[in-house]
Ligand binder design. Structure first.
Ligand code: HEM
Length: 466
């Protein structure tokens, strides 16, 4: 018989499980989600938010890359959507959906290659679009796009399989997650098409396809997951009941109908029809956001169901839902104007809506929800002390960045162009700072984990052992 090794000083001693059967899932912590969080933070800090500082200054002529602005704009949008939002949503989705559906966690042999292809494809495409030219850039653009598309098929396929095999609860999160998984597959196809079109077009994806794609990702892929996951937990944090399918179905259908209208808007040959469809899609998504924030998220209340230390993170969730209201109103305004006139209306308002959603909703919610649900913060959440100065270092820069970036969009045509672009760049710098603060707290939490576990073990040892 094999001899068991004596436990080390730092191991946490757990009672053996009471259940013994072949289907038992061992309680081994899967830390592969840290690769997704780490990859998302790396892409945001080294590319997305950095380009958010450089790009407006280049457009203003302060930095010497004015000729590269179309490429830098797309590289920024891609890094933020696929790298920052996409990697995080994929990581959380692949980790949480099996739990929600009552399935075994997805094995590392599935989650690891997906994360590497998604991360590699994002960083590779951002670098190719920002720095390379000629034949090498064309090939690189298609190769990186294909890697990312494969990863997207992997995310969508794994999620659909998990949901199909899982328990069939009639709860809103299942429908949001199923729709979101289907949009991951659509995104994969669009990325392949965009890579080929972009390679043919001087490494710039044709504007209409690129614009439609960015909205489809925000609403089809990201919003479905954001409100799917929120619907299952956020109302509870604030002492309310989770929504029923009946309450969430209308905004859910509007959101997906809007994303579908945006997808279809890439097809008609006439510009008027395309603009009308895109406008209709944006307006429908706008109504959905306004409706979903109070229904599946939360706009007010005290998170008294959370521990004192975790309550600071709940403010991010409330603020994100308020910024969804702002984004929704701006989308209804600009989208309905285009649906009626058949022209591409209110560029600045759309830009403000895009960033109310990108910075205000996506970024604040990632930072808040990570602190509330990611296991790496579990021990910090359990601390008895109330939030301290470090908790505010991320909060204020991110809120400031969102407000400044929305203002920079809305002020297009109403103030001096250079000053407006400098304002956008300052928003980028604030956003970068806030995110660096968050990255620092993730690293600290990961480093503190073994020490905290050791302390907990020490406090549970018998006095004689001590
Ligand atoms: C405070 C931080 C940010 C700043 C300063 C910033 C700045 C900019 C600027 C100047 C543009 C070009 C607008 C134009 O076409 O005139 C842009 C486009 C864009 N941004 Fe941001 N941005 C920020 C954060 C974000 C975030 C967090 C996201 C998404 C999660 C995002 C997504 C996008 C997208 C999708 C585009 C359009 C890209 C395209 O046309 O292909 N941005 N941003």
């Amino acid at each position: 018989m094999q001899k068991s090794t004596p436990p080390g000083r730092d191991d946490i001693q757990l009672d053996p499980p009471l259940a013994h059967h072949a289907g038992l899932v061992p309680a081994v912590e899967d830390r592969s989600y840290l690769i997704y969080i780490g990859g998302a933070l790396f892409t945001a800090l080294a590319a997305g938010f950095l380009l958010a500082v450089i790009l407006p200054l280049s457009a203003a002529g302060t930095l010497p890359w004015a000729g590269s602005v179309p490429r830098l704009t797309q590289a920024h949008g891609w890094a933020q959507l696929q790298g920052w939002a996409g990697l995080f949503v994929a990581g959380m989705g692949l980790r949480m959906m099996p739990r929600f559906a009552g399935r075994r966690p997805l094995p590392v042999r599935v989650t690891l290659p997906i994360s590497l292809a998604l991360f590699g494809g994002t960083i590779g495409r951002t670098a190719v679009q920002s720095f390379l030219a000629g034949r090498l850039a064309q090939v690189g653009f298609i190769v990186m796009g294909s890697a990312a598309a494969l990863a997207m098929f992997g995310v969508g396929g794994s999620l659909l399989l998990t949901l199909a095999r899982g328990r069939k609860h009639r709860e809103p999160w299942r429908y949001f997650a199923t729709a979101g998984a289907c949009w991951w597959l659509v995104w994969g196809v669009l990325v392949l098409v965009a890579s080929i079109e972009g390679a043919r077009n001087g490494i710039v994806v044709p504007a209409r396809l690129d614009d439609a794609m960015t909205w489809i990702v925000m609403f089809g892929v990201v919003a479905n997951f954001i409100w799917g996951i929120q619907s299952r937990s956020v109302p509870i944090f604030f002492g309310r009941k989770t929504p029923t399918v009946r309450r969430a179905i209308v905004p859910g259908v509007l959101l997906n109908a809007g994303a579908l209208a945006i997808l279809v808007s890439t097809l008609p040959p006439a510009a008027t029809q395309r603009d009308r469809l895109l406008g209709l899609g944006l307006a429908l998504c706008g109504v959905a956001l306004i409706w979903l924030a109070p229904t599946a998220g939360s706009l007010w209340g005290q998170a008294h169901r959370l521990r004192p230390r975790a309550r600071a993170a709940a403010r991010y969730v409330l603020a994100a839902n308020w910024f969804a209201e702002v984004a929704g109103l701006l989308l209804v305004w600009s989208g309905s104007a285009s649906a009626i006139s058949g022209d591409y209306e209110f560029f600045g308002v759309r830009d403000a809506a895009r960033h109310a959603f990108g910075v205000g909703v996506i970024t604040l919610l990632i930072v808040g929800m990570a602190q509330l649900v990611a296991p790496v913060f579990a021990l910090e959440r359990a601390e008895a002390r109330p939030p301290g100065a470090r908790d505010y270092v991320t909060w204020w820069p991110l809120v400031g960045a969102t407000l400044l970036r929305i203002a920079a969009g809305l002020l297009l045509g109403h103030m001096n162009g250079t000053a407006r672009l400098q304002m956008a760049s300052a928003a980028g710098a604030l956003g970068w700072l806030g995110l660096a603060g968050f990255a620092f707290s993730v690293i600290q939490a990961a480093r503190k984990e073994p020490r905290m576990k050791a302390l907990l073990t020490g406090s549970t040892r018998s006095p004689t052992a001590r």
